[in-house]
Design a protein around this ligand. Sequence first.
Ligand code: BGC
Length: 747
Amino acid sequence: MVSKINLTYLLSAICSIVMIGQSVDQKVADLLSKMTLEEKIGQMNQYNGFWEVTGPAPKEGNAKEKYEHLKKGWVGSVLNVRGVDNVKRIQEIVVNESRLGIPLLFGSDIIHGYKTLAPIPLAESASWDLKAIENSARIAAIEASSTGVNWTFAPMVDISRDPRWGRVMEGGGEDPFLGSAIAKARVNGFQGNDLTANNTIAATAKHFAGYGFSESGREYNTTNVDDYTLYNVALPPFKAAVESNVQSIMNSFGLYNGVPATGSKKLQRNILKGDWNFKGFVISDWASIMEMTLHGHTTDLKEAAEKAAIAGCDMDMESYAYIKHLKELVQEGSINENTIDEAVSRILKVKFNLGLFDDPYKYCNADREKDLLFNSKHQDAALDIAKKSIVLLKNDTKLLPISKQDRIAIIGDLADDKTSPLGSWRIGSDDETAISVLEGFDKLGIPYQYEKGCTLINGKTEFTQELSINTNNKTGFTEAIELAKKVDKIILVLGEHGFISGEGRSRTDLGLPGVQQQLLEEIYKVNSNIILVLMNGRPLTIPWAAKYIPTILETWQLGTQSGNAIAEVITGKYNPSGKLPMTFPRSVGQIPIYYNQFSTGRQEKQPHVFWSHYIDEENTPLYPFGYGLSYTNFEYGKINVSITADGISASLSIKNTGEFSGEEIVQLYIQDIKSSYVRPIKELKGFEKIYLEKGERKQVKFSLTKEHLGYYTPEGKYTCEAGEFNIMIGPNSRELSTVKINIANFN
Ligand code: BGC
């Protein structure tokens, strides 16, 4: 006798055979025509859940009811279910027991790796190495897909100018040009060349749009972005992601023009789905539909469901708004069923694109899971990008690289920490799986003596809790100071614990947390040969260190291979090449601070106070965007610019004049000197990462077209205005040589 389950499977297999030869759009239309209203709404519904022995147990809500919903096909995707066994068992329920057997999407925040962790995204962005960044996302996808996950809520492409916001660790920094290139690289890495392969996953660009402008850097705070900034700064990385075929977009907790982004028709329907012709689907952020009522935009969950769906939000994450209210809203005529059809078609299309209908279990192979997670190839790639992410901020007395004769002390709680370097967002990884700095030194056989110096945090680190930072206990100071007296060089590892940045971790003070600044100053009194190794998830304010400490190495949170990467740089095995993707302020009071600002009407210093400045701080940053040193020196030649029919070509020669071979990131900026809309004093429009042997010279050439020279009006119209432009090239956004050109017209 044919069981019900087998019969359903047989029917869906027959359907699949019939569907072969049809285009994806035809397949979607065909399937949609068979669906009831409830089943359609089900596709727009996501549940957060974990498998338990007795069955699928959503974290919140009534488990039994949700199980019934799975069986009825009233769930389109599941969040946070990982592991081949778990995924398979839930997929089986839907495929075998629901009427149409439409497979689920399994989404997770695969932000910078799964079990093998790459550096946090901000750190990776400091590499400006698009191939390495793409490869890092590729490996994240390979590992995640081997555990059943087929959809990531990454990349976060929010541009941010506010390091108080803990989530800057998750993005590409402050610049829309670099941010767009990185968005593209990450989407390509996750999605690969073939979405139907079993090792590629659908990507999500988030948070649409303007979430990086959370007021005062406070997480979940309101946002205020004018249209000019929206089009020119916030949107370009999303547009780049859409052009790279990103499969989904997540909306945001913020506001746009006084309307929650989740309910903004202009953002989702007009710009994203209209102007950009985005073909994927929009997922809400966690409970962002429900929160529209808390914002004071809707009366209740029902009105929130109505407004979100009409505005173009296709899937509901954790508001339960769609499953509860969409049917009623359609039946009473408040929502047209076409709106539902459109949303469902988009979701089904992504499922077809992934090949889920051909094989719903394609990501569920336990052998793959075992072979791929944390394998040695992935460790090598993680080490490669970790080295490239390190930024040398200062090396005045050439303490770095260290030499074999140096007597070395390593001091700092973070130097011996195997969890903190993993950083925030480390869903599939285990505690204590990062290589610590001490282990990195051990591996290279470099002798050292170690003292902790002080404790950074009190108690155990919990992902869900605020960390308790030690602000008064100086136990360990004495031993560290005594050790410092006895050595040639001190490697002092200080900074933020990995959980001090990330979602929900906004800070008002960006100095070294706890008693670390005091430790630094105490050690400096007895031995100033300090190599300060910073570990942090955001730009910090370190004016004292920048003034007194001779050597500073920014190492962020570098992931699994952290200690190996740091040891390779400190010993000179790898010559640091990273450049800051975000400005380092002198003080929190300067924030927002970013390089591509507008000129004010009172820019020049005056003998009186009536010019644009602070009376207690300089205007300039501590370290500018694009900044980073090398163990060698690069000499920049004269810039040659020619205007051609296709645009502008700018070239120059760069020579390695120092003692080491190494990489340099050559940066090109433009300034549209006069325009109908005021343009920034500098805008990055090109960069090249080149490798030069000791003494080698290379020619670098940039081509600029209309695409680089124009801007968006506040109405979203792309415009190029003829006239004078400055073309600037140099090693960072501060040290630039300029050539002025005049473009007579744009064809
Ligand atoms: C975050 C999103 C994330 C989602 C699911 C939200 O709180 O803002 O970026 O993807 O949770 O974990």
